[in-house]
Design a protein around this ligand. Sequence first.
Ligand SMILES: Cc1cc2nc3c(=O)[nH]c(=O)nc-3n(C[C@H](O)[C@H](O)[C@H](O)COP(=O)(O)OP(=O)(O)OC[C@H]3O[C@@H](n4cnc5c(N)ncnc54)[C@H](O)[C@@H]3O)c2cc1C
Length: 410
Amino acid sequence: MKNIIILGGGIGGVVSANLLRKKLPLEYKIILIEKNPVHYFAPSFMWLMTGDRKPSNISTKLEKLLNPGIELIIAEVNYIDVTNKNIHTSNGNYNYDYLIIALGADLAPELINGYNQDFHTFYSFEGSIKLYVALQNFNGGTIAVVVCSLPYKCPGAPIEGTLLIADFLRKKGLSDKIKINYFTPESQPMPVAGPELGSSVIKLLESNDIAFKPLHKLERIDSVNREIFFENKNSEKYDLLVVIPPHRSPKVVRDSGLTNEAGWIPVNPQTLETKYETVFAIGDITSIPIPGRWKSDVPMMLPKAGVFAHNQAEIVAERIVDKINNIESKHIFKGAGYCVIEAGNKKAAFAYGNFYGEPHPDVIMKNVEKKWHLGKVIFEKWWLSSGIMKSIIEVILKFGIKLFRLPIKV
Ligand SMILES: Cc1cc2nc3c(=O)[nH]c(=O)nc-3n(C[C@H](O)[C@H](O)[C@H](O)COP(=O)(O)OP(=O)(O)OC[C@H]3O[C@@H](n4cnc5c(N)ncnc54)[C@H](O)[C@@H]3O)c2cc1C
């Protein structure tokens, strides 16, 4: 009997556990450890914020997403002992032969200088529910969307959320009474995807009357006077503040001895192996410099996104199966990804390409259309469904991908 332990039942954890169970005989135990019995689908938080989804529409019991034969342990991971290949949890200790760490990134709004519980965000389940109420009660004024620091999950999500806030308030008849400013420390949207994509996104924001304010590094927020202070820039006033909070790795990971100074786990960009041969890390918890890509002597990093967590989970599952079968693995993560950016009016833009492309990523963006929105809705239904329904939706999804000749897979 050999144990393969997966830490974290988010996107990476679910995909890797299911694929391992499918590929390995039952003498290999697949154990998934997750603290939350309920799984929330983060890309749909925006629809919670706009009232297009109810909380129950975008959440499900985690066990429903897992293939039979996977042992699910609902527990907090307290210590990762890589020396003794042992995981300490609030519900017992477990030995592993292979380990996949997929513990994601935590939100840390308390790190904002001037943090106040009244700040809004669409980056969490609870935050999106609260913001929906605030948007319903909003009667006009200046809205500030602030990316507090780097890195953050999903480079498209802050843009998407801002476009949907604009759409929501437009539909309320407030077009003439609002001003929306988008502040980010970055020089352009999604810098890693190259300047062309950045220009397309800025055009998209501007065509929705959203002012894009790059190179705004947050210093502090004065919530009494509703004023935001940035490094070497003028301060800005707001009536409604929406933040993309700072992110950091879970404490248990920072204490594991596996991380770099910033707290993320460096891995081999192709194999996702950590410095331990039997320990892999995938998804938001990783730190992956893009091979051959530098900006001002600093390596550019692969963004944190579900699409990468998903793809990496498959690669790692295949590599573990190959290791077990003593086969030299040909499964390599190549940096391919895609992103649907909801733009309001049930339309979306779609960007895809190879983020490892050299000398530049070959990421391109398609025009805002209804079909990309529909694709995102179908993907959401597929992710949250199980059993026969999942198989039916998968056929529809694959048909759509083939019909539009998209170089992506699910
Ligand atoms: C608003 C929003 C919109 C997004 N939209 C998109 C999108 O359209 N496309 C896209 O590709 N990505 C999107 N993302 C990003 C995507 O959700 C993440 O990149 C993805 O979930 C990362 O997967 P992961 O498996 O690495 O981590 P997660 O999915 O975050 O899973 C980590 C899991 O680990 C668990 N965990 C953490 N610490 C412990 C512990 N100590 N003990 C036990 N369990 C623990 C957590 O509870 C969690 O379930 C979005 C994110 C947000 C916030």
